[in-house]
Design a binder for this molecule. Structure first.
Ligand code: NAD
Length: 497
């Protein structure tokens, strides 16, 4: 067995030396073995990190736009040079296959690239002569120390949705990564330092509810960017706003893919398999409910099942298609949803529970359940695993109604060859991100990422211009400068008197 690592907080540009009162365990999900102990922050440690971030803000906010973008350009180069290493770290703690891990690093880097444009993105407006001799202009300024609390499923990309823009705008940052896979954030902290970011501007605190509560209640923290499950997102939003903070809290999902009768069924089947089982379904944009508008259901289910038989499940470092789930507890919870679906009358077409892999890894095979209805638990709740439910609908209206009646509204997709039907869907659907013949419509960094309904608390989505707005606040200046001819100190201009 390899040596167990110790993962410390990252405060003021170095590892926090003091011994932790509490720690958590980090597993390699493919082997089931503990690979690290991670320190959990107490209120006192949170307080220390916030005071460091507060002190660092005094100078970082006055660093020039050029300096801030230079750091981000250098960070981008370092991330590119090290992306295989980061992918390996992600796979070793999350379990997703290396290509998926690499994919999240690349998507996160798009936000770094967007943030490199901050000199343009933060430009204000100017109105000359709003009254005689009076001008008005607007500026945007950083907030101060900001906190980012991230989930386990994208340990590199989700923090990168926020911190590049926060730093570029002149804020200082504390990231509280998931305690299940904290190493990617630690690696990025070191690269930011190497890129020239001054100590104390980017800090990492590990932990659980104690650390999160410490950040939510601390008066020194000006905003909270949270991504995770809906109950915690709601709690974070309510607690953070009660303590006077700006909060964006992205929650859970149940993403529907509608397949209309005129769709290309091979494209739809390929897409359903990729979007349903990529990263073992542990993606907030994973397709979890496939709505087949009759008469295509039988053929579609057959095509999907055929493709699923080819999915190779195993250790994510060994060139397979799908890795394990993140923890044993989560694997067992996902398997219990399959039991519930079967008990409620769903037809298990492909059964992931039968998968056998040697060792103690947290594996569960891809599962397809047909004849799922809107009343079933597996339809109503987020499963967050490799389980795809098929719901059979008689019409477009019935399919649309399913999506719009659901609690969650993160992503959705429609598959059709009819542009008019697709256009109507994009207009009528009550979901934040919509794909047309695209199963996982994750917006590019210069657009914003976010859902509707119980998938988002707060009104600001992640990255894009909404990210720039979230991490800055506006100020409008109305100024009157008297003309030199007014007769004050003689500067050599001709005077009126
Ligand atoms: P989670 O809610 O369990 O944890 C998220 C963060 O909150 C972690 O940092 C965790 O330490 C912290 N946390 C956990 N329990 C807490 C508590 N009681 N009080 C305060 N903080 C607490 O989520 P997860 O299991 O890490 O991630 C999976 C979830 O994240 C899924 O529901 C998924 O849909 C969601 N997610 C959403 C998006 C999105 O963009 N909407 C993106 C990725 C993941």
């Amino acid at each position: 067995m390899s040596q167990i690592k110790e993962i410390k907080h990252w405060i003021d540009g170095s590892l926090y030396a003091q011994k932790a009162e509490r720690q958590g365990e980090v597993f390699n999900p493919a082997t089931g073995e503990i690979t690290a102990h991670v320190d959990f922050a107490t209120e006192k440690v949170v307080d220390h990190a916030v005071s460091v971030a507060t002190e660092s803000f005094k100078t970082w906010r006055h660093s020039s736009l050029t300096k801030r973008t230079q750091v981000l350009f250098a960070f981008r180069e370092l991330m590119n040079a090290n992306k295989s290493k980061i992918a390996e770290l992600i796979t070793s703690e999350h379990g997703k296959v290396l290509s998926d891990a690499l994919g999240e690093v690349v998507r996160g880097l798009e936000v770094v690239e967007f943030a490199c444009g901050i000199p343009h993105l933060m430009k204000g407006g100017f109105s000359e002569e709003v009254s005689t001799g009076v001008d008005v202009y607007s500026i945007r300024q950083p907030l101060g120390p900001v906190a980012i609390i991230s989930p386990f499923n994208f340990p590199a990309m989700v923090p990168m949705w926020f911190f590049p823009i926060a730093l570029a705008a002149g804020n200082t940052v504390i990231v509280k990564p998931s305690e299940k896979d904290p190493s990617a954030t630690m690696f990025m902290a070191q690269l930011l330092k190497e890129a020239g970011l001054p100590d104390g501007v980017f800090n990492v605190l590990h932990g659980d509810k104690v650390a999160v509560d410490g950040l939510l209640q601390h008066p020194g923290i000006k905003s909270i960017s949270f991504v995770g499950s809906t109950p915690i997102a709601q709690y974070v939003y309510e607690t953070g706003t009660k303590h006077g903070k700006r909060v964006q809290a992205l929650g859970g999902a149940k993403n529907h893919m509608i397949v209309l009768p005129d769709a290309d069924l091979d494209l739809a089947a390929d897409s359903a398999v990729n979007a349903g089982f990529g990263s073992a379904g542990e993606r907030c944009m994973a397709i979890s409910a496939l709505v087949a508008v009759e008469p295509v259901a039988d053929e579609l289910v057959k095509k999907i099942a055929e493709r699923m038989s080819k999915i190779v499940v195993g250790d994510g470092t060994k060139g397979c298609d799908m890795g394990p789930l993140v923890t044993k507890v989560h694997r067992d919870k996902v398997a219990s949803y399959i039991d519930a679906g079967e008990a409620e009358g769903g037809k298990v077409v492909v059964d992931g529970r039968t998968l056998k892999i040697e060792g103690k890894g947290f594996f569960l095979g891809p599962t397809l359940i047909d004849n799922v209805t809107a009343e079933m638990k597996i339809y109503k709740e987020e499963i967050f695993g490799p389980v795809l439910s098929v719901i059979r609908a008689k019409s477009y209206d019935e399919a649309l109604n399913l999506v719009n009646s659901h609690l969650y509204g993160n992503g959705t997709a429609i598959f059709t060859n009819d542009g008019g039907a697709a256009r109507r869907f994009q207009n009528e659907v009550e979901v934040g991100m919509v794909g047309i013949n695209v199963p996982i419509p994750v917006p590019m960094a210069y657009y914003s990422f976010g859902g509707w309904k119980k998938s988002l608390f707060g009104d600001t989505h992640a990255h894009g211009m909404e990210g720039v707005h979230f991490f800055t606040r506006g100020k409008v200046v109305t100024s009157r400068w008297l003309d030199p001819s007014h007769g004050g100190v003689n500067l050599g201009f001709p005077t009126n008197n």
